[in-house]
Design a protein around this ligand. Sequence first.
Ligand SMILES: *Cc1c(COP(=O)(O)O)cnc(C)c1O
Length: 380
Amino acid sequence: MDKVRNIINHDNHDERHHGSIPVPVYQTSLFSFGSIEEYLGNDEKSDFTYSRGNNPTVRELEIKLAALEHAEAAKCFAAGMGAMSASIVSVLKAGDHVVCIDQGYGGTQSLFTTILPRYNVETTFVDGSVQSFIDATRPNTRLFYFESPTSLFMTVLDIKGIVAYAKQHNILTMIDNTWATPLYQNPLDLGVDIVVHSVSKYISGHSDNVAGVAMGSKAIIHGMQNEYMNFGAQMSPQSAALALRGLRTLPIRLPAHAASAYKVADYLHNSPYVSRVNYPGHPKSEDYELAKETMTGYTGLLSYEIKGLTFEQIKKFVNALNYFRIGCSWGGYDSLVLAFEMNKHKNDTEKTILVRMSIGLEDVDTLIEDIDQAFKKAAE
Ligand SMILES: *Cc1c(COP(=O)(O)O)cnc(C)c1O
């Protein structure tokens, strides 16, 4: 952890920045050259030429995130979805087949179901067990795409098992590692080929930024250069500065989020209205042992399944909460809540009532009291 803190918080003195402690926001669209010869000799892919390609503030974030994720290279995007779309498209061609978890983030699921089929890329959605990936594999399967933990049911996958099978069959693996952050899970060390993150969540951490990153070997990241340059979803220097600012306190914020989420999970495990708590950091969680194999810590996003209350009552519960703001996204200091009535897996016949909470940095006893009073109101 100490090494991580140094990566995050120590920058060498750099004369180019006049001793500025953070790398300044290089708010410039282009970079001029001393002579036309220098301009003609520049490489837009690696040099500072135009900010759609490279920018010093964004570069600083890429260097830090790559170091944290044990990646050779990182490319930052305007949103998590920018990173995911560019990464996915860069490794696929017409005729390829993808296997993807059926609990994944809505944006990526939509890419697989609405856009890629037009380019003759087919996707099979699976429940996430190793066997489900094996069963769905075809001779033309090129990519396994997954998240672990997932961000609705917090399902933990057997990453090592999935990777072992993929490697035997020359299939690329890509993981959305947003839940765990690069602090608590490093999938490249487990053999995963590409790691993508929404930097809008814990890394930025203050609900004030939309950003993303893709990381992997130099060959993989340089291989998506055309997608990066031509889709135009580059990260702005302002956004990079916000992400760098958030990153500084990530090792301090995450343990605080996790400690509170643990207490909330503990309370929920004893609630008569809860049939299942989805928080891999709690020993009573079904995924606890598996999570421990690949994760060194936990964050603050959890969910729980409801028994004995209708969805109408759960709406009342959500509206009765005073300390949880109602909204999508997660990973900020302010606690958030959402509720759904949905299928846990694609083929389920019964819908599950799910409450998802992003546990913020408020006093946790207040949060638990708030949940308690809202349950009582809902059950009236
Ligand atoms: C938010 C999120 C995304 C999308 O990221 P954006 O930054 O909103 O584009 C992808 N995956 C997960 C798990 C997320 O939570």
